[in-house]
Design a protein around this ligand. Structure first.
Ligand SMILES: NC(=O)c1ccc[n+]([C@@H]2O[C@H](COP(=O)([O-])OP(=O)(O)OC[C@H]3O[C@@H](n4cnc5c(N)ncnc54)[C@H](O)[C@@H]3O)[C@@H](O)[C@H]2O)c1
Length: 280
């Protein structure tokens, strides 16, 4: 049952939503359940990112996620979108306009988190890839989506999926942390520049969620700290007041709220959804 009936018929575009177990797909499913018409976008599952994080081409594609939504009675289409490529981003936003004539919601979710190394050993190429997808990609999608929202004259919602790494530093994650801190800056400027058009912009900062990316990070950090996976997960749980890592649905719920009319006066925020692990 929909929690926010006003979302029925609104058009949402979610980047990086083609991994069945990922945060973007959970957001796409939740917005569709609220009655939104969802444009599910992602790069091809055969990309190095999917391979490095153990993706499966069968279900881990924008097509697969959109098909499952439609099979379940929701409204969705899919389009390939590489957020590193401005023309590709522009075409995805153009797809929303051609298909539905409007865009009400943009969720900047695409991200890479598997390029981790100490600063002294981080290549400029890896730095550029992480900043390129996580931050420049969000900027490009915001740029083109906001133009369409402003043209439509009906306001809009921008939700940036940042991270706990937007608030705190983590070893071996200089590029990732910098990109996510940068996303909060992008969120604040978006809130200021687009506020007069009735467009809100907020970031969500999840802690750990065992998606493909999250599982890769668990394995990387448990190895780096010399812990077994069980020891690593126990130490993680001990830092979280609510006693468990996050679920993709926790993020989707907060995203749906931020997209709803209930959040009409919330903008420029970076909201922790971390079971209390992050409190500032
Ligand atoms: N899993 C976590 O613990 C966690 C915590 C905090 C924040 N996040 C953030 O949440 C977002 C989703 O992560 P996830 O955990 O669901 O991982 P995921 O790997 O399942 O999702 C990331 C998606 O981004 C896509 N992507 C990568 N490069 C792209 C590109 N150039 N263009 C378009 N799409 C591209 C991938 O194909 C994938 O579908 C990311 O921004 C991540 O940084 C995740």
């Amino acid at each position: 049952m929909a929690s926010y009936p006003e979302l029925a018929g609104r058009v949402a575009l979610v980047t990086g939503a083609g991994r069945d177990a990922g945060i973007g797909a959970a957001i796409a499913r939740r917005l569709a359940a609220e009655g939104c018409r969802v444009v599910v976008t992602d790069i091809a599952a055969s990309d190095a990112n999917a391979a490095a994080e153990g993706g499966s081409a069968d279900i881990d594609s924008a097509d697969g996620v959109a098909r499952a939504i439609v099979d379940g009675g929701g409204a969705a289409t899919s389009v390939h979108c590489d957020v590193l490529d401005e023309a590709s981003v522009q075409a995805a936003v153009g797809h929303a306009k051609a298909e539905y004539g409007r865009l009400d919601i943009l969720v900047n979710n695409a991200g890479v988190g598997f390029l981790m190394s100490p600063i002294a050993e981080t290549s400029a190429e890896d730095w550029d890839r992480v900043l390129g997808v996580n931050l420049r990609g969000a900027f490009l999608a915001t740029k083109h989506a906001a133009k369409l929202m402003i043209e439509g004259g009906q306001g809009g919602r921008i939700v940036n999926i940042a991270s706990q790494a937007a608030k705190s530093g983590f070893p071996y994650a200089a590029a990732y942390c910098s990109s996510k801190h940068g996303m909060v800056g992008l969120t604040r400027v978006s809130a200021i520049e687009f506020g007069s058009h009735g467009i809100t912009a907020n970031a969500i900062c999840p802690n750990h969620i065992t998606t493909g990316l999250g599982a890769w990070q668990n394995s990387f950090f448990s190895d780096a700290l010399g812990m077994t996976m069980d020891e690593y997960m126990d130490s993680m749980r001990s830092r979280i007041p609510l006693g468990r890592p996050g679920l993709t649905e926790d993020i989707a719920k907060t995203c749906a709220f931020l997209c709803s009319d209930e959040a009409v006066y919330v903008t420029g925020e970076a909201i922790n959804v971390s079971g209390g692990e992050e409190m500032h």
